[in-house]
Design a protein around this ligand. Sequence first.
Ligand code: ADP
Ligand code: MG
Length: 715
Amino acid sequence: MARIRTQNVSAAQWSSNGEALGTVDLTEARNNPFGENVFSASVQRDCLSSDAFRMLQSTLETGEAIDPALADEVAAAMKEWALARGATHYTHVFQPLTGLTAEKHDSFFAPNGEGGAVADFSGKELIQGEPDASSFPTGGIRATFEARGYTAWDPTSPAFILENPNGALLCIPTAFASWTGEALDAKIPLLRSMDALSRSAIRALRILGDTEAQRVFTTVGPEQEYFLIDEQYFFERPDLVTTGRTLFGAQPAKGHELDDHYFGSIPERVLACMMDTETELRKLGVPVKTRHNEVAPGQYEIAPIFENSNVGSDHQQLTMQVMQSVARKYGLVCLLHEKPFAGVNGSGKHNNWSMATDGGHNLMDPGDTPAENINFLFFCAAVIQAVNKHQGLLRASVANLGQDHRLGANEAPPAIISIFLGAELDKVFEAIESGQGDPSTPGSFLELGASMLPRLPMHGGDRNRTSPFAFTGNKFEFRALGSSMSLAFPNTVLNTIVAEAIDDLADRIEQRLEAGDGVPEAVAAVVRESYADNRQVCFGGDNYDEAWHAEAERRGLKNLRTTPDALPEILAAQTIAAFDAYGVLSERELESRYEVWLEQYVIGANIEAETTANIARTMLLPAALRYLALADSAEVGAIASQVRPLVDELLSAIDALDDANLYPDGVEGLELARYARDSQLVATASVRETADRLERIVADDLWPLPKYSEILFVR
Ligand code: ADP
Ligand code: MG
């Protein structure tokens, strides 16, 4: 199929396959679809007996196991509610180590023995499932012959109904564990880490004088970047279909240099798709809030209001799923790859993170009383200490093949983890450390007993777009996540390492209290000590600047550039110690993640390398040969002599890639990942480099792949 401009014309003349949403009167409560398809607390109140409702709520509050009789009643109510909404099947949704969500559907209906069928759904089926899960990666935790894995209902993340034109599906969020009780998923460790952080934070709050808080929740609000491209181009590109990113493509004459896309007006088709996506998400109880154009052409962002880490993480998985499915209704494909187009900004996910008490007090909010200030400084110091100590692990928590193209590519933070506190907070910590107030701003410090604690800025306003870990007024923003990633593991890491740091600081404060210090003096002293030890990780300058990379090295900060460099941090002694001490992941469970992620890197690299060789040999080389024949037959030697050497070069680059694609004997594990990085991917890049030069000279109608100028700009 020769490519001609008519494809672009038809791509531009889209018509919605989706139904028009129309406009509704939003002053009428019934027109607000929020939570329509969620088995929420208010739905439960309506369809459970008041005893059962109360028992369920208190079970959730205390985190105890659910009573079988109660489970039966909840299951019956859930089934009636779901059937009334057209659900024919139910599924335990879980998050295996693939990073995706998994589901196996079971029908509600069972034969009644008289030729008919009855709807059936028991408490047991609600609480526990046993998917035949032998094909999920487990990193050696479970041999395939003992395929038993269990899903267990997570009542803290509400069940919901996923609509489909041909019926609906009741989705029950679950955790997934092996029959020996090891976590085979992303949710279990996240829940464990939330518990751990809550215990440590409550202990610290008691020392700091808070007698009320019973639980501390970690919160997450992700900002998700993505591309929308016309589906015609997507399906014309085997590289996009197979790997989610373009493995070829010369730079277009116009990129994002004009910055004319960022926050620009949203194209009509895209906006229609966004609105439809948001409506679907609202029905599912996902509190979507913000939408805008991003920097690259064809790139956009969606962000919800923050929620507790568990629900926020589940909702993020759902968001990615719904974005992809709704896009197809508009003839679009949603790309969540970290780097779909070389030379064009990639997509990340900003993980806004904080901690809040059950009373709703945000511990990362500087507050306006001296006592709130002390609490804030304490928890802030704990975060700084945790990030400095476990910088390598944080880097590893956002490592994948796609991220290797993005981090440090002058569009995303570098692979060096550092913290941006902002000028105000910097000043405060520097003043605490030196024990001296800032003379230039008299009156900005409060005298608290013997110590000097500064008055804190309310929502310090300055921003640093280049920092991987930035304080943004009342939360920290971990900005290094990739767009395709689950939030679960990065947040598991954050929660666990901050829990550890909180306990360490609390221990030291207790020692001082025993020695007779008052609370403010003890906190000030411990914050000072901790900041002095960990300030090397704080950096307020331009993270993209080469000079910072040299400075970071001088400071001894880690610069783990690629996935094979970063993943070993998961098995570092201090990682194992922290995860073990807080019961988040055992050494064996950590090993399993290390192995699975290493394997995903190796397999992903191999798929890219083989797809590259295939496209180059069977699509691009023939196109170049046709053009060469054309030049020869027209007897224009000047063109032929331009094309011929490139054809030879491409052919030998493909041969070299084919060689690299044969793994050397006996190489496996981390060695193989390094081989993939240093040999396979290098040979892949060299094929691409030559092919992209050919793209610029071969006749346009002979070139078989849609070009960046089309994919990114026709919408
Ligand atoms: P900005 O990044 O410009 O500060 P917003 O204030 O809108 O933008 O916040 C961006 C994201 O941060 C949103 O998803 C929001 O829900 C989330 N967020 C705000 N407060 C918190 C918090 N306390 N914990 C976690 N996420 C939060
Ligand atoms: Mg932000």
